[in-house]
Structure formats: structure tokens, C-alpha cells
Design a protein around this ligand. Structure first.
Ligand SMILES: Nc1ncnc2c1ncn2[C@@H]1O[C@H](COP(=O)(O)OP(=O)(O)O)[C@@H](O)[C@H]1O
Ligand SMILES: [Mg+2]
Length: 373
């Protein structure tokens, strides 16, 4: 039976409902696009900005010495320096660096192979050898070849291409892949090669190295380079220090970008669960908030609530409903956010995680908020 009624514009009821539905969806995907692209500035940006200023200043100082024709007198001044940015996976290193590289005028043209940018960025291949890392840098410099180049040839070419393309700053992301080879010879070769790039007499290069915390010590055994390195760390967030930052993130994304009210997701007990779900990582926290907002928009809700976070968390972790750390009544701090999927399939013969929520109740102390002992 056809129940639709044709209105004066020739649109029947069902067609109108479909049109309204797609308008609604278009609105919410526009909102979501704004939520996903928004960059949130925190005090960490100021620290990184100051360190990048310092790195650029040291380059300009060296350049000045060369321009003044005093290369012999200035000695070490002419050598490049290194800046490391370390933090756990999901802390926000890659996105933050990219943001600063794109924003700074000194790095105009960053990311455009046809522009003459003085900064080039690469991601360390995995698994990594000195040769493969060199090939990656060559490709980023716009030098493509299908020939298999030997390790020493690759790095000679890297050095000459850096000079040819006037590249002064080299960013290497995920440098921990070098350490993960667990091959001391290969690690030593990468260390020596990077040091040589910095100390090259005709074209020294300034390095920005990012990755997991262990790369903060990449040059620790080399006194010369160590003294010429600076370090920025992106620490995990903790409730007693970062609760107000978490509130600001929720407000910026949910209220400002998605026009959702947030009254029920601002309390300390909720924020403690949210931080635990995100393993304290700034970037993961942002992603969970974004996912929860998507849930709220899909359900056409006017407020962002715990249920939206629970749904987002369930989709991310694959946890059982009773093990959702946003809704678990007790012992939520024993739930391990990364192990939901392992536990879910435990009954199907997959090894069960003996430390998972429920079985070791009471073994770990509940995290305490030191502000309210
Ligand atoms: N300041 C920020 N504002 C908005 N989103 C961010 C910010 N920092 C990180 N993110 C997001 O967090 C997630 C993880 O960041 P990423 O840079 O990949 O972390 P890492 O490189 O430390 O593993 C990404 O989705 C990224 O877009
Ligand atoms: Mg990264």
C-alpha cells in the first residue's frame, strides 16, 4: 500500500524524510569534520616553539660565522645541533611537530617537494637499517631511484643532495625503529652517520629526532653530540595535574565545535576514567573525545554523555559490555584498555589475560587523587 502524500512541490512524504535525513547527516558530518581537524594548543606547544626557535638561532649563528668569513675561529659553532622530542605512542609528537613545521615561516613550503624548504621530514622505516633509512631520506629529498644503492653510496648521496637542495634541517620521526633492530652494530652505524651529517664541514645539518622515550638517549654516549642536543618530552597526563586541561579539551571539542552540552562529563571521577581509558596519552584522549562526539551526533543527542564515551570505548577496545571502564560499577581502574579484544575471545581458545578486571580484584590500589586525599 502506498501511503505517501504528494505535496505541492511534487515531493512525497518519504522523499521529504529522506531529504531531511540526508541534510541532517550532512550537517553532522560537517560538524565532525570541524571536530577532527581542530588543533588544540597547550603549554607543550610553547615549550616546543621555544626549542625550535633555539635550534634556528643556533643555525643562524653558524651561518653568520660563515658569512663573516670566520669558519676557523668559530670551531664547534659551525656544527649542527639536535633536538629530540620524545613521548609514548599517541602522545601527539607527530601531529604537533607537523603543525609547527607548517606554521613557521622559516619552513615555508614544508611538505611540498617542489618548494625549496630548508626542512625535510622522514619517518624511519621498520625494520630499519642504515641503508633503508638513507633511501628514505633520499626519497624525501626528491631523489628517486630503482637501483639498489650500497649503504655508503646512499649516505654520500644524501649528503650531496642535502646541499644541492639547500636543506639545513632534517626531521626523523619514529627513530626508535633503529633501536628496535637490537643490533648494536647497526645502531652504532646510524648514530655515527647522523653525527657526521651534523659535523660535515661544508654542509652541516641540524637534526630534529622524534620517537618513543628511549630515543632521548640516542646520543647519550657521545659526549660531543650530547652537549649539542636539547630535549623536549611529552609526558603522560595525570589526574592531579591535568584535570583542567582535560576539561578544556572536552569543552573545546564538544561545546565549541559540536555545540553539545557537557555538564555530566566534567567531574573528576569521570575524568579519572577518561584518562585511564586513554592510557594518559594526550592524543589518544583527543581521539576518544572525538569518537564520543561522533556517537552523540549519530544519536542526535544535544549533550555529550558517559554513554557516548562508553560506546566509543567499546568500539575502540572491543571490550565486553560489563568490562567497559566508563560504566563498570567498581574496580574500573583494574581494566586494561588495551586488552579488551584478548579477553573477548578468551572463550574461543585465545589465551586469557589473568590480570584482567574482575579476577584480580583488590590487587592493585585504586589511583588516588592527591588533591583530595
Ligand atoms: N594538539 C593536538 N590537537 C588536536 N589533535 C591532536 C593534537 N596532538 C595530537 N593530536 C591527535 O592525537 C592523535 C595521536 O597523535 P600523534 O601525533 O600521531 O601521536 P604520536 O606521534 O606521539 O604517536 C592523532 O589523531 C592526532 O591528530
Ligand atoms: Mg608519531
Amino acid at each position: 500500500m502506498n501511503t505517501s502524500v504528494i505535496d505541492q512541490d511534487g515531493e512525497d512524504t518519504i522523499a521529504r524524510m529522506r531529504r531531511l535525513q540526508s541534510e541532517r547527516r550532512a550537517r553532522s558530518s560537517a560538524v565532525m569534520a570541524g571536530v577532527l581537524s581542530a588543533y588544540i594548543t597547550t603549554p607543550r606547544d610553547k615549550i616546543l616553539e621555544a626549542e625550535l626557535d633555539g635550534l634556528i638561532d643556533s643555525f643562524l649563528l653558524a651561518q653568520q660565522a660563515v658569512d663573516d668569513g670566520l669558519p676557523r675561529q668559530v670551531g664547534r659553532l659551525r656544527e649542527g645541533r639536535a633536538l629530540t622530542l620524545t613521548g609514548q605512542s599517541g602522545a601527539g609528537k607527530t601531529r604537533t611537530l607537523e603543525r609547527h613545521f607548517l606554521k613557521r615561516e622559516e619552513f615555508n613550503g614544508y611538505g611540498d617537494r617542489n618548494a625549496d624548504c630548508i626542512l625535510v621530514s622522514v619517518s624511519t622505516p621498520s625494520p630499519c637499517t642504515l641503508r633503508l633509512l638513507g633511501m628514505e631520506v633520499l626519497a624525501a629529498l626528491g631523489y628517486e631511484t630503482s637501483r639498489r644503492l650500497e649503504e655508503n653510496v646512499v649516505w654520500d648521496m644524501v649528503q650531496s643532495q642535502l646541499a644541492l637542495r639547500q636543506v639545513r634541517f632534517l626531521h626523523i620521526d619514529e627513530l626508535q625503529h633503529v633501536l628496535q633492530t637490537r643490533n648494536p652494530v647497526e645502531i652504532g652505524k646510524v648514530q655515527d652517520t647522523l653525527k657526521r651529517l651534523m659535523q660535515n664541514r661544508t654542509w652541516p645539518v641540524w637534526l630534529i629526532l622524534s620517537g618513543l622515550p628511549e630515543i632521548g638517549r640516542f646520543f647519550a654516549d657521545d659526549e660531543q653530540v650530547w652537549r649539542r642536543s636539547r630535549h623536549v618530552t611529552f609526558d603522560d597526563l595525570i589526574l592531579e595535574e591535568d584535570a583542567s586541561l582535560v576539561c578544556r579539551l572536552i569543552t573545546s571539542y564538544a561545546q565549541d565545535k559540536a555545540h553539545l552540552s557537557t555538564d555530566t562529563v566534567m567531574g573528576d571521577s569521570f575524568i579519572a576514567r577518561l584518562l585511564h581509558a586513554a592510557l594518559g596519552r594526550f592524543g589518544i584522549l583527543i581521539e576518544i573525545i572525538q569518537d564520543a562526539i561522533r556517537e552523540a551526533l549519530l544519536r542526535e543527542s544535544e549533550a555529550l554523555t558517559v554513554e557516548h564515551f562508553a560506546a566509543a570505548y567499546m568500539a575502540r577496545s572491543g571490550c565486553l559490555p560489563e568490562e567497559n571502564l566508563f560504566t563498570a560499577e567498581s574496580h574500573w581502574w583494574l581494566i586494561k584498555p588495551r586488552e579488551g579484544l584478548v579477553h573477548k575471545y578468551a572463550g574461543d581458545g585465545v589465551k586469557e589475560d589473568s590480570e584482567h578486571c574482575g579476577r584480580n580484584e583488590g590487587k592493585q590500589p585504586k589511583p588516588r587523587d592527591r588533591r583530595n586525599p
